[in-house]
Design a protein around this ligand. Structure first.
Ligand code: BGC
Length: 370
């Protein structure tokens, strides 16, 4: 069976011949992979600074953003049947009895660091014709999402981030007049940093929640990413044309920053202008570089005097996958063209080397196995 993987000991990215999966547990599901998205983490694993093969394997099969179709189910599988579309989650719990988050099914908060991640850390991923997985880690996708469900996993980052923001911002009781509101961001301003897939999906989430949303990214207008975010009602501001202080003048009090740029210099410069009682969410994972200078006194003064919240978030719990499936349908109903245009290329496995190793092109590239 064909799979795409890295062989760290040989510093190689290869199409690998991998043995097909078997149903080994009653709750296991065999899944035919339809599409796998390529993200910055995959590309970073291909530079061999990140990623770890499973114990005893020389290679790691890549891929953690995936859409598949169930082909076979174990005897104890309750909610899935052959033909169903499914999206798998990524992180699996550690085995330490003392790890309260993992024991509670919240392995995204694993306390031991011994978690594993499919396609990233010590467990093969989904960039392969078939895989098997326990039912509890597979989230059913309705057929209406067939074209876009490969975006569920990158959207879960915004889903978890905003769930955390709202939970934490309960410290501001006047902002939660209506707890069940579908538009908890109404009357508030958000800035999204970066217009890659994580930034674009985060922008859709912010706009859908009712925020007045600005996207601060490098490229000058006009460009396709700027057009896409403006098509959903956000305002695109190019960092080449406007300083962070100009962004602030346009936005007013910035209530939430959703960082999806992975560039610490820009992130910390924008943290400097976060508004009163605001929340700054970091989602980017920059590769280690030399230290940079930041205006630490100004930032620290603001954090204290403006009651600011700084939140880091790594992907994602089961609830975030469920909410992402709900929101993707919302996006599809509201902006059918925009959400579909996030996937800019569907490629065959043979294109994997250029997709993983060459300069990244377009927005979200996907390898299809169907
Ligand atoms: C994935 C997460 C993972 C993180 C760190 C991201 O690309 O979406 O699931 O936790 O990388 O490995």
């Amino acid at each position: 069976m064909q799979a795409v993987g890295v062989i760290p000991s040989q510093k190689k990215v290869e199409i690998i011949d991998h043995s097909p999966p078997e149903i080994r547990h009653d709750d296991a599901v065999r899944v035919r992979c339809l599409e796998v998205g390529i993200c910055g983490t995959d590309r970073e694993i291909c530079t061999f600074v990140y990623g770890e093969p499973p114990e005893g394997s020389e290679y790691l099969i890549l891929g953690h953003e995936s859409l598949g179709e169930v082909v076979e189910v174990g005897a104890a599988v309750k909610h899935l049947k052959p033909g169903d579309l499914v999206v798998p989650s990524v992180r699996r719990p550690c085995s330490n009895d003392e790890c309260q988050p993992c024991r509670a099914g919240l392995q995204d908060f694993c306390a031991t660091g011994e978690f594993v991640e499919r396609g990233i850390k010590a467990r093969h991923g989904f960039m392969t014709q078939e895989y098997s997985e326990h039912e509890q880690y597979l989230f059913p996708a309705p057929p209406s999402l067939r074209d876009v469900a490969v975006l569920v996993e990158p959207l879960t980052i915004a889903e978890k981030a905003m769930a955390q923001v709202w939970q934490t911002q309960r410290r501001l009781p006047w902002q939660r007049a209506d707890e069940s509101s579908k538009q908890p961001g109404a009357g508030l301003t958000a800035v999204v940093l970066g217009a890659g897939p994580i930034g674009i999906l985060g922008t859709m989430k912010m706009v859908a929640e009712g925020f007045k949303t600005f996207v601060y990214s490098r490229s000058r207008k006009p460009n396709p990413k700027a057009e896409l975010v403006e098509a959903v009602g956000a305002q695109y501001v190019s960092a080449l044309d406007h300083s962070v202080d100009e962004l602030l003048a346009m936005a007013g009090n910035i209530d939430v920053v959703y960082e999806a740029i992975g560039v610490s210099s820009v992130a910390f410069d924008v943290l400097r202008v976060l508004g009163t009682n605001g929340a700054f969410v970091f989602t980017g994972i920059p590769a280690p570089k030399s230290p940079i200078e930041v205006n630490a006194d100004e930032i620290m003064r603001n954090v204290v005097l403006k009651n600011q919240l700084i939140l880091g978030t790594v992907n994602a719990d089961a609830q975030a996958f469920r909410s992402a499936l709900v929101d993707l349908q919302v996006f599809l109903d509201r902006w059918p063209e925009a959400i579909r245009s996030v996937v800019t290329g569907r490629h065959s496995v043979e294109d994997c080397h250029s997709l993983l190793l060459d300069k990244s092109q377009g927005i979200k590239n996907v390898i299809r196995f169907d």
